[in-house]
Write a protein that binds this ligand. Structure first.
Ligand code: HEM
Ligand SMILES: [Ca+2]
Ligand SMILES: [Ca+2]
Length: 297
């Protein structure tokens, strides 16, 4: 139902405009590319890719921004606003949905960091509502074991390979001390030097500090180092290391494959992103094209 050329007639400059703003934002702050990728994931996993997580709370409405997985964690809303306002002028009006903006910005970020330029399908419309509860329930927590991760992905129509390759999104970006403290405190399948170096910036009493650590050793390169790190038990999150335990499981095989085959990683990542981007889009007369991504029209 979604198509790559959806805006070709109504706004031929839409995609280059989005790309330009994303390039600028990443130039100002490299981490922004990672944040934009995660924004798309947290949108799609909660009632489909419909821009639901962009809606601000109001006195009478609580959306997704304050849900556990998002609070003090999701970023990139200002960049989405900037893209939206440039598009409203480049397209002579309100043409491009916020959900599509985030899907394209995620792809552009991946590509700017050296990852695949997969073809984003377009034509999503924006939700008129959002769900705090679904945001709490449908995004897998980093404490998840493999079985929980897999059943969460399967509930979203995604399979084991999608889980492994999309987790490769953690080849860019960072996580907060509070998130990885349980891993460096309790887990045994962690490299001891890696653990020691992380503990310096994230002491046991430091669960509330704002320190962050890289999700892999090359946070602004969309490379296979995330998987190489897992082979050395240097996954930052418990959920990351669940994908490689050196027990000969199917996920071990996929992690090993991607660790030394960037072409396979990039091809499969692109295919799985398109699959994720197809989750329950609003099309036709459903939803709306928001004038401002933070509120319904
Ligand atoms: C498999 C289950 C997943 C879990 C449990 C998970 C969990 C997390 C957590 C806890 C953080 C750090 C948040 C913080 O410290 O505030 C994070 C960051 C991130 N996640 Fe995931 N994630 C998963 C899958 C994905 C997927 C599928 C993608 C995209 C394809 C993705 C992209 C990212 C990125 C890019 C960051 C860094 C964001 C930044 O630096 O601003 N994650 N993830
Ligand atoms: Ca959504
Ligand atoms: Ca990397």
């Amino acid at each position: 139902q979604l198509t790559p050329d959806f805006y070709e007639q109504a706004c031929p400059d839409a995609l280059p405009t989005i790309r330009g703003v994303v390039e600028q934002a990443i130039q100002q702050e490299p981490r922004m590319g990672a944040s934009l990728l995660r924004l798309h994931f947290h949108d799609c996993f909660v009632n489909g890719c419909d821009g639901s997580n962009l809606l601000d709370d109001t006195p009478t409405f609580t959306g997704e921004k304050t849900a556990g997985p998002n609070l003090n964690s999701l970023r990139g809303f200002d960049v989405v606003d900037q893209i939206k306002s440039e598009l409203n002028s480049v397209c002579n009006g309100n043409v491009v949905s916020c959900a599509d903006i985030v899907a394209v910005a995620a792809r552009d970020s991946v590509n700017i960091f050296g990852g695949p330029a997969y073809q984003v399908l377009l034509g999503r419309r924006d939700a008129t509502t959002a769900s705090f509860n679904d945001a709490n329930n449908d995004i897998p927590p980093p404490s998840s074991n493999l079985q929980a991760l897999l059943s969460n992905f399967q509930n979203h129509g995604l399979n084991l390979q999608d889980l492994v390759v999309l987790s490769g999104g953690h080849t860019i970006g960072v996580a907060r001390c509070a998130i990885y403290l349980p891993r460096i405190t309790n887990d045994t399948n962690i490299d001891s030097d890696f653990r020691a170096s992380l503990q310096k910036g994230c002491p046991n009493a430091g669960a509330q500090n704002d320190n962050t650590s890289p999700l892999d050793s090359t946070t602004t390169l969309f490379d296979t180092v995330y998987f190489k790190d897992l082979l050395q038990f240097k996954g930052l999150l418990h959920s990351d290391q669940e994908l490689f335990k050196n027990d000969g499981s199917e996920t071990d095989g996929l992690v090993t494959l991607y660790s030394n085959n960037p072409e396979a990683f990039w091809a499969d990542f692109g295919a799985s992103m398109i699959k994720m981007g197809n989750l329950k889009p609003l099309t036709g007369q459903n939803g709306q094209i928001r004038q401002n991504c933070r509120r319904v029209n």
